[in-house]
Design a protein around this ligand. Structure first.
Ligand SMILES: [Cu+2]
Length: 142
């Protein structure tokens, strides 16, 4: 099973003016705590900070959150989403793209952004609606 969300529902969500507000149910303090834990998990698993990964920008997936919640990257950059949860699987849905496969704990999803553009939200298929697991990426011209 690829997704709990039908393509039709998702298409509607992407075009609807009421596309969910970015993680409005998590405060800055909550996000800071979650993302701090996520980074610690990353270091425990991989033995180095996520910022030191070469060849991609790392975003962790942890406790129904993308960390950091927003990234800005030059066009051509690969974003590497790393699941540092202990049990939960996540996916990534970039607008205009099919949903990724599920990433189980310690698995990764990668996507290379080839078009610059305005800030765009991306979603975790199973959790964007229930937990507002939504991230934001801005792709700059260079
Ligand atoms: Cu998720």
């Amino acid at each position: 099973m690829r997704s709990s969300l039908s393509p039709l529902v998702f298409a509607a969500a992407l075009t609807c003016a009421a596309f969910p507000v970015l993680a409005a149910d998590k405060t800055e303090a909550e996000m800071a705590e979650i993302c701090g834990e996520a980074e610690q998990r990353y270091v425990d698993i991989y033995g180095a900070p996520s910022a030191e990964f070469e060849g991609a920008v790392v975003v962790t997936m942890y406790k129904y959150s993308f960390c950091p919640r927003e990234v800005t990257v030059p066009v051509g950059t690969t974003v590497r989403w790393v699941n540092v949860d202990k049990r939960t699987s996540h996916s990534v849905i970039v607008k205009g793209q099919p949903e990724s496969d599920r990433a189980f704990p310690e698995e990764v999803i990668e996507f290379t952004f080839l078009e610059p553009g305005d800030p765009q939200e991306y979603l975790c298929g199973p959790h964007w609606e229930s937990h507002e697991m939504i991230g934001m990426v801005t792709v700059t011209v260079e």
